[in-house]
Ligand binder design. Structure first.
Ligand SMILES: Cc1cc2nc3c(=O)[nH]c(=O)nc-3n(C[C@H](O)[C@H](O)[C@H](O)COP(=O)(O)OP(=O)(O)OC[C@H]3O[C@@H](n4cnc5c(N)ncnc54)[C@H](O)[C@@H]3O)c2cc1C
Length: 497
């Protein structure tokens, strides 16, 4: 074995890179993960709520759910011995026009299929219903599809756009309506509109294709446990159950036949600055037996280069030298997440369901000081409610406030401000004294949704990589945002090298 040479090197220790490393190790390969930051997992991260008396509970401080389409995340969770859990089934609410109301059912990004339905009428009033009903009379071609806001306004009018679509779509994508490309955030909507002749008909037809039931799932203990368990398993820890890809029996960390799987090495603080093929660098990577063959040379900002037979790149920006410049996505808004443990028995009744999305714009008198969303986590996740009651006692609730919209300065709210915002959004008086513990995290430059042009450019870059033996690209920059997209893609990438 050549010193510094690995069967496989993974660049980037986010959930994409770690998932790929887990699958590669499951094939019995010696794997090295290189992560630039001082911790792995990216936005899949746990924090702790710690009360003065020492009572403590780990909670998600970044990603907290995953889309249930596909089985990639559920399969990974099962391999890691984690239980996938469903949310409570309560609805979320919207705060707009000085009022709070449940998000109407049967919509796409807040766009209703039937603007005259009772739950929509409650949100937009009769004037809004009358204007939106014009959608059925307008010719299908009368649409401004330059962005999502323009499209909805041109068919349904201002009230639907501002009270329903703006809070939902800008909450989901952390970007203003005018920056949301219709094809990027609502694929198929424009074609359905042309086919069905109205926006309402288009939304109804897209909804009919979507599976029934809740579209998200969580993990008992929090989705950050995916990263915790991946790191434990990679370091040689025991997998509780299941098998990994390639037919390898991973229970107890052994390959079939009882040979222990080699632990993977995960190096943090290891920033990759360049990659080249062994041949191009004039370096031959010995295979320890049948002679010499080329591999990959991975150069680090600090320390000696590492050599690899297989390379999985799970982050943007390091393959330019090899494949030509990759497209860059403009950075989105910074997001600040403030998690509060509240002693507030009035919240037992979940007065705003699973939480509240706040309409953008400053004219709303009920609008809190800049929070764009609140998740009532204990109303959303039954496992969390049970854990919080067990650790902190009855009447305790976890809420998470989210701050930061693209184009606006991201506030740095104090705990007292966050409690005031929670009070406004939940419609329940909450004194600062109700806060028993808190945690705040800032996520820099969250990514706006990719445009079709970006996706096409990335697909071209990825196709260049596919033509190179022993190299695979993965991670959200090629797979798309979200754990469902990233995990499934990473497993396929690991299988391909
Ligand atoms: C606040 C927040 C909340 C979210 N909530 C959800 C949610 O609830 N559900 C959901 O499905 N998705 C959610 N997402 C999105 C989801 O978390 C991401 O899509 C996913 O975690 C991306 O994983 P990744 O491995 O592709 O990227 P990352 O986690 O970004 O990993 C890439 C890694 O590469 C490292 N790196 C970069 N450059 C180099 C280099 N030169 N050398 C070595 N390492 C390098 C980075 O430090 C990073 O750790 C959320 C995102 C954010 C920001």
């Amino acid at each position: 074995m050549t010193p510094g040479r690995w069967d496989a090197v993974v660049v980037g220790g986010g959930v994409g890179g770690l998932t790929a490393a887990h699958a590669l190790r499951g094939r019995g390969l010696r794997v090295l993960v290189l992560e630039a930051a001082d911790r792995c997992g990216g936005p899949v991260r746990g924090g702790a709520l710690v009360r003065d008396d020492g009572a403590r509970l780990a909670v998600d401080v970044g990603a907290e759910s995953f889309a249930s389409r596909g089985t990639g995340v559920a399969d990974l969770a099962a391999e890691l011995g984690l239980d996938v859990v469903a949310p409570s089934g309560r609805s979320a609410w919207i705060q707009a026009g000085g009022r709070a109301f449940p998000i109407p059912a049967a919509g796409v990004l807040g766009i209703p299929a039937r603007p005259w339905a009772a739950d929509v009428r409650r949100a937009i009033g009769w004037p809004g219903v009358l204007r939106a009903s014009a959608d059925r009379l307008l010719p299908a071609g009368r649409v401004d599809a330059s962005d999502l806001g323009a499209l909805v306004r041109s068919r349904y009018g201002r009230r639907v756009t501002e009270r329903l679509v703006a809070p939902v779509a800008t909450g989901v994508h952390s970007a203003p309506l005018g920056a949301l490309d219709v094809d990027a955030v609502a694929p198929g909507l424009r074609a359905a509109l042309a086919r069905e002749g109205s926006l309402g008909g288009a939304v109804a037809s897209l909804r009919a294709l979507a599976p029934a039931g809740s579209a998200v799932r969580g993990v008992d203990g929090g989705v950050h446990r995916l990263v915790d368990e991946l790191l434990a398993v990679l370091s040689g820890g025991t997998v509780v159950g299941g098998t990994v890809s390639g037919g390898t029996e991973s229970a107890g960390g052994t390959v079939a036949g009882g040979t222990p799987l080699p632990p993977a090495e995960v190096r943090t603080g290891a920033r990759v600055v360049g990659i080249s093929s062994g041949i191009a660098s004039g370096i031959s990577v010995g295979d320890g037996g049948s002679g010499e063959r080329s591999g990959w040379v991975v150069r680090l900002a600090d320390g000696a280069p590492v050599l690899a037979d297989r390379l999985v790149v799970a982050t943007a920006g390091v393959t330019d030298g090899l494949l030509g410049p990759a497209p860059r996505r403009p950075a989105g808004s910074d997001v600040r997440l403030v998690t509060l443990l509240l002693h507030a028995p009035a919240l037992d009744a979940a007065p705003r369901g699973t939480g509240v999305l706040v309409a953008p714009g400053g004219s709303d008198p009920g609008r809190p000081a800049g929070a764009k969303a609140l998740t009532h986590a204990t109303a959303k996740w039954p496992w969390l409610a049970a854990r919080v009651a067990g650790v902190f006692g009855p009447g305790r609730h976890v809420v998470r406030l989210s701050y930061g919209r693209l184009g606006e300065r991201t506030p740095e709210p104090t705990v007292a401000q966050a409690a005031r915002d929670a009070s406004v959004l939940l419609g329940v008086p909450l004194a600062e004294a109700a806060v028993e513990a808190s945690d705040a995290v800032r996520w820099a430059g969250t990514l706006p949704p990719p445009t079709p042009a970006y996706r096409a450019a990335v697909a071209e870059h990825a196709a260049r990589a596919e033509a190179v033996a022993g190299l695979a690209l993965t991670g959200s920059w090629v797979a798309g945002t979200g754990l469902a997209a990233v995990v499934g893609h990473a497993r396929a990438a690991a299988a391909a090298v």
